[in-house]
Design a protein around this ligand. Sequence first.
Ligand SMILES: Cc1cc2nc3c(=O)[nH]c(=O)nc-3n(C[C@H](O)[C@H](O)[C@H](O)COP(=O)(O)O)c2cc1C
Length: 192
Amino acid sequence: MAGEIPPFQLLDIYKGGFFMSEVLENIKSRRSVKKYKPDMVPREIIEQIVEAGTYAPTGMNKQSPIILAVTKKEIRDQLSGLNAKILGMDGDPFYGAPVVLVVLAKKESNTRVYDGSLVMENLMLAAHNLGIGSCWIHRAKEEFELPEGKELLRSLGIEGEYEGIGHCILGYADGEIKKAAPRKENWVYFVE
Ligand SMILES: Cc1cc2nc3c(=O)[nH]c(=O)nc-3n(C[C@H](O)[C@H](O)[C@H](O)COP(=O)(O)O)c2cc1C
């Protein structure tokens, strides 16, 4: 079958003389969005994004993380306030994004930070693929060590000890999305 395109390549898009897979293109074009329109993201899009999060690999497949998909303005604003306080700033560390996906992971898992971080990347890539802007916002660990953070988990009926890993904020980008900064030299060492 010389010369025939293998079936998997039929899914690829043709880019400037190369076949570049949509997955690779999605990874390379994702950027952290730091200004959002106030418009809410439809529930069915959020569902697709969080589902992608649940398919992240986890140590021993224990699936230690959980995701809080926060669209309720009162809670979104409460988290923003706590985050700002931890950071010691005024203003909204969530850049006006209407949706906050909080990733936490079971404290008993020794791979919790790795598991949760992979969930975060899946969320950000899925969002980008669906035309939704995102950004990792830090300080979830400190937030869920506070009584207010613990109370939120309790109010949702979440039992057990969880560590905050990150917030993946979501929304429609307000403005142009910049290209990635040039990659530093010596990122990769081939050992062949
Ligand atoms: C662990 C981690 C924590 C981050 N925390 C924040 C944050 O608190 N606030 C923020 O504006 N961006 C945060 N970012 C986003 C980075 O600023 C962003 O990823 C980086 O500038 C590279 O830009 P890019 O994502 O567009 O490639 C965080 C990213 C990571 C991976």
